[in-house]
Unconditional design. Sequence first.
Length: 235
Amino acid sequence: MPEKILIVEDEVSLQETLAYNLHRQGYEVETAGDGNAALEAARRIHPDLILLDIMLPGIDGFEVCRVLRQEMSTPVLMLTARDDEIDRVVGLEVGADDYMVKPFSMRELIARVKAMLRRVRLIRQEMGAEVSVATSQSLTFDDLVLDLTRREVRLKEQVVAIKPKEYELLVFLGNHRGQVLTREFILERVWGWDYVGDSRTVDVHIRWLREKIEPDPANPVRIITVRGAGYRFEG
């Protein structure tokens, strides 16, 4: 089946241009012109990728992304007319995966879309293979249990409220226990594409995980920062 892309853009001419070009590439395309319509469409069709404009009527793109990140791990490529660093930082903070500034080349956008979806397919296949060959359907680190069947995290036998991307990141770290992983490697394997932007998104998600699984997030003993290199998971 063709991969589904949700385009959230209130500028009608750009929305139609994006839809036309992506449809020609063989993708199934759905469009939305405001934040509320975007949330409804995402919940209804469960897209493989979302192109999300920041400046939207009603609920802006940042809030749309924040809400979606509580419900799904679909990659989000944010589109904006402003090249401000604060926009990029806020976008990463709320869970965006990549960022493009208008005006952009349609060829570049399509290449970015293909790369994101290709890496998503590869990481999903790899994660599925890891689960299928595992002798156990869970990863256990003392009082921390990652249930691979239920996609659930339990700490001291209590279920931890965790977002989809945080879960994927934690499983990836757990599968590479004791290894030093660079931010770039984590981005490529967990976020699922050849990342070209700010690696700060890894730091943000690590901080969120520490707040949920570390006895003292300020002095982590499970997810260790390796200065100048990246992170190491000690379980």
